[in-house]
Unconditional design. Structure first.
Length: 157
């Protein structure tokens, strides 16, 4: 397995974890926050995690990261806020599919390139690893918010 394939497989695991962390939530639960962990509601934590990953993948693929379309710290302006968990999961999945598409075009050699972000430079493969780790950390954050809110993860998670 080459590095790009490994990153795509890890992104697939992220999709699975997001689905199982979010799919059973009510609209009210999607808006729940636990300031002890994160001030943002669950839906925003999830969107933030995937927006950052998509931004990193976009830059690594040699494209511009539009901070208007994919802001790092707020809900994307051009994206309607989903009312149901299924809508949120679908929106996240669409972005993660974009990540897969971008990663699928990369060679292992391109992952050694240094890329420039608004906050500095980073080796491309390391940036993608950072983006995936960041997203997976936020899946854990969502699990913690759920536990504090009294709606723990479903059995079999």
């Amino acid at each position: 397995m080459n590095t790009a394939s490994f990153l795509i497989a890890t992104n697939g695991r992220l999709k699975w974890w997001l689905y199982h962390t979010l799919s059973d939530l009510t609209p009210e639960q999607l808006q729940y926050s636990a300031p002890e962990i994160d001030d943002r509601p669950i839906a925003e934590v999830a969107m933030h995690a995937i927006t950052i990953l998509l931004g990193y993948a976009t830059v690594v693929a040699g494209q511009d990261w539009s901070m208007e379309d994919y802001p790092s710290d707020r809900w994307p302006l051009r994206l309607a806020r989903p009312a149901e968990a299924s809508e949120l999961v679908a929106a996240l999945d669409a972005r993660l599919s974009q990540v897969d598409e971008l990663l699928g075009r990369l060679s292992d050699g391109q992952l050694d390139n240094v890329v420039t972000f608004p906050f500095g430079q980073q080796q491309a493969g390391d940036a993608l690893s950072t983006g995936l780790t960041h997203a997976l950390t936020h899946v854990g954050t969502i699990a913690g918010i759920r536990a504090i809110g009294g709606f723990p993860l479903p059995p079999g998670y």
